[in-house]
Design a protein around this ligand. Structure first.
Ligand SMILES: Nc1nc2c(ncn2[C@@H]2O[C@H](COP(=O)(O)OP(=O)(O)OP(=O)(O)O)[C@@H](O)[C@H]2O)c(=O)[nH]1
Ligand SMILES: [Mg+2]
Length: 321
């Protein structure tokens, strides 16, 4: 692509919508780099967003997230869906070894033009996933992906964050990982819409299912709400993924019928707006902080000519300019 074509936003958007992988890649890079073109990009994408089914995939390290993502892509391709995959590493500022390994595995789909795969590091953005991932989702959505899978590397906070980004959150467990206790600890019982017990070729998968089912029964879920199904899979052998996709679709239908999809998306948009606004405020705060104005106000407070509240009000007035 010529330098000029890379900067021509309407042209990039048109080509991304036509399925040109390089244009999609370029748009996501503009997001990651916080390009000055970002506003123009987002405005151009907005009318084309809202159709993709966004699925978050989470679970303990080694449970089979990448293997399952790979097998899910194959199942979705069988159903003629265009698929986007975002592998997000919120813990590292660089694309680390884990993602590299995943990339190699994902080469199963490397030549398929209806599959777009991207690894993202969150590069120490404020709020980790919060800032850049939703914008990358918008790019893939507008580019015509029917389904977008978000896989996180790393544990902890990211699990809850991913639930905030996705329409449907899929939680993976596996036998022999002490997952029962982990599930209760990590708050996984609250975030899952579909549970998958992977590595069902190993002993103990049925037991994990039973434990999970009784824990879910005790969890504080809303009356008349969605009852998360538990599916057994052997991702390595591509077994059970058809039922996983059926359940993901069933959840989407349920959400649509009950207004939950709209509620979740509104919540997501609120979070996005807030994250952008807070980032902008912080940037402006940086400006204010550097100004001599603050020194003057501080001197007035020290001299007893002003108080900290009045001084803060004066400073905040600077934001309104
Ligand atoms: N026995 C068995 N092994 C599996 C299955 N699915 C995945 N594995 C193996 O489990 C290991 C971890 O799989 P990954 O897909 O890399 O797991 P992950 O959750 O992405 O791991 P991280 O990215 O490190 O968190 C690999 O050696 C897989 O081959 C399965 O269904 N059965
Ligand atoms: Mg992985």
């Amino acid at each position: 692509m010529s330098r000029r074509a890379e900067q021509d936003v309407p042209d990039l958007v048109e080509r991304a919508r036509a399925g040109e992988a390089r244009a999609v890649a370029r748009l996501i890079s503009l997001v990651e780099d916080e390009s000055p073109l970002l506003r123009e990009v987002m405005a151009a994408l907005a009318p084309h967003t809202g159709d993709a089914q966004v699925i978050g995939i989470t679970g303990s390290p080694g449970v089979g997230k990448s293997t399952s993502t790979n097998a899910l892509v194959a199942e979705l391709r069988k159903r003629d869906k265009r698929v986007g995959v975002l592998a997000v590493d919120p813990s590292s500022p660089f694309s680390g070894g884990a993602l590299l390994g995943d990339r190699v595995r994902m080469q199963d789909h490397a030549l398929d033009r209806d599959v777009y795969i991207r690894s993202m590091a969150s590069r120490g953005h404020l709020g980790g996933l919060a800032w850049s991932t939703p914008q990358a989702l918008r790019v893939l959505d507008a580019a015509g992906c029917d389904v977008i899978l978000i896989e996180t590397v790393g544990v902890g906070q990211s699990e809850v964050e991913i639930a905030g980004l996705a329409d449907t959150t899929m939680v993976l467990l596996a036998p022999g990982m002490g997952d029962g206790i982990q599930a209760a600890k990590a708050g996984i019982l609250e975030i899952g819409d579909v549970y998958v017990v992977n590595k069902a070729d190993r002993d103990g998968a049925e037991q994990v299912r039973r434990d999970l089912r009784s824990m879910l029964a005790l969890a504080d879920r809303k009356e008349g709400g969605w009852r998360p199904p538990i599916v057994l899979t052997v991702a390595q052998a591509a077994q059970g993924l058809d039922e996983v996709v059926d359940q993901l679709d069933a959840h989407r239908e349920w959400m649509t019928a009950h207004g939950e999809l709209a509620r979740r998306r509104t919540r997501r948009a609120r979070d996005e707006i807030e994250a952008i606004a807070v980032t902008a405020l912080r940037a402006r705060w940086g400006d204010v902080h550097g100004r001599s104005e603050l020194d003057e106000l501080a001197a007035a407070v020290v001299a007893g000519e002003s108080d900290p509240y009045a001084a803060a009000d004066e400073l905040l007035a600077a934001f309104a300019d």
